[in-house]
Design a protein around this ligand. Sequence first.
Ligand code: LLP
Length: 419
Amino acid sequence: MDHFAIKDGVMHAEDVALPRIADAVGTPVYVYSRATLERHARVFREALDAVPDKLIAFAVKANPNLSVLKVLGRQGYGADVVSVGEMRRALAAGIAPERIVFSGVGKTRAEMAAALDAGIGQFNIESEEEGLELAELADAMGMTASCALRINPDVDAGTHDKISTGKADNKFGVPISEAGQIFGKLAGQRGVNLRGVAVHIGSQLGDLAPLEAAFTKLGELVTALRAAGHIITHVDLGGGLGVPYKQGERLPSPQEYGAMVARVTQGWGVSLIFEPGRVIAGNAGVLLTRVVRVKRGINDPFVIVDAAMNDLARPALYGAYHDFVAVEPDGSAMTANIVGPICETGDTFAMGRHCDRVRTGELAVFRTAGAYGATMASSYNSRGFIAEVLVDGDKFAVVADRIDAGSIMDAERVPDWLA
Ligand code: LLP
């Protein structure tokens, strides 16, 4: 459930009518709802009530906005980060370093050093090579890094190929068949306290079976590692739970996920870490856009909106579906191609979409844009970066300024020999 709804004929975010935001801030603009973020954070946490010892670390990549992180930090969430940039955001939002987990397949030495300096809670090591380098670095710094070894369980998550991470030929983690041997080698190194294992098989998962299969394999690995004399105190189960992008779409609920986790991990005797991203932030945001004009097409009309693939990349990148609805619907419908202004055909949000009728100058939103929206923006076609707004009840604030194309150009230099 989210807090974006039509009231008195106008779509609101909580108690703020979206045209108010468009008038004050301009379009396109991302709009997030604090009440929705808090609700999702609470529902996910309560779904895991049966898991006694846990850390829920929000996957910062899904929405790294400082205010969003602040809201989630206040809900007791930690952070799963994949770069020093994300780590700095989590720290700036007040998330305690020990509640930060550093994932990612290409951590640089400088990033590892910065994370050690910051005192983060856990490194998820993605390879033997990375583990050896971290051990050597931490030892040289006179520190011990708490670590988990990320396992590639070779499970097909059944999601889009580009967001699947747990198949044998994906770049993530170490093959489960070699996990025991690599764990043994790394556990013997000074500089690391290898205390557990981690897994993350993909994103926007619509079925719990692959997750259960991966967790079950992980449980067997924990037993084998313990039998080999290792002390396992932490297991990171990653993120990946999908969200409905279409009205009425049915996905596994957090409650079903929580029940499965409690059942599979019963008796493991570890502290569990979770890294949800989309399920917390996805439906807590919309992309508010204005129709530039409606152009006749051979078949359906083209609704050209002022948002584009540089603002919301998911449709162009993954063929992803985002609901497109009018902010002030008049009850009539149309079939249209929804496109942005960018000069390539990939800048298409939907073809032949049956949707609310919209006219030139009217406002509309792309729903479920709170995760992997603003964070994946680019400045392609010199369009700059759009603003982000957070709504809280009847008030709203700009929580990320629009960065116009001129400011980006200001960071460029023409060398003397070209002047
Ligand atoms: N943990 C790790 C190690 C991850 O790689 C990810 C996502 C997550 C947690 C959070 O997954 P979530 O709960 O949000 O599914 N840009 C793509 C999604 C990429 C996800 C990458 N990793 C999209 O727009 O669909």
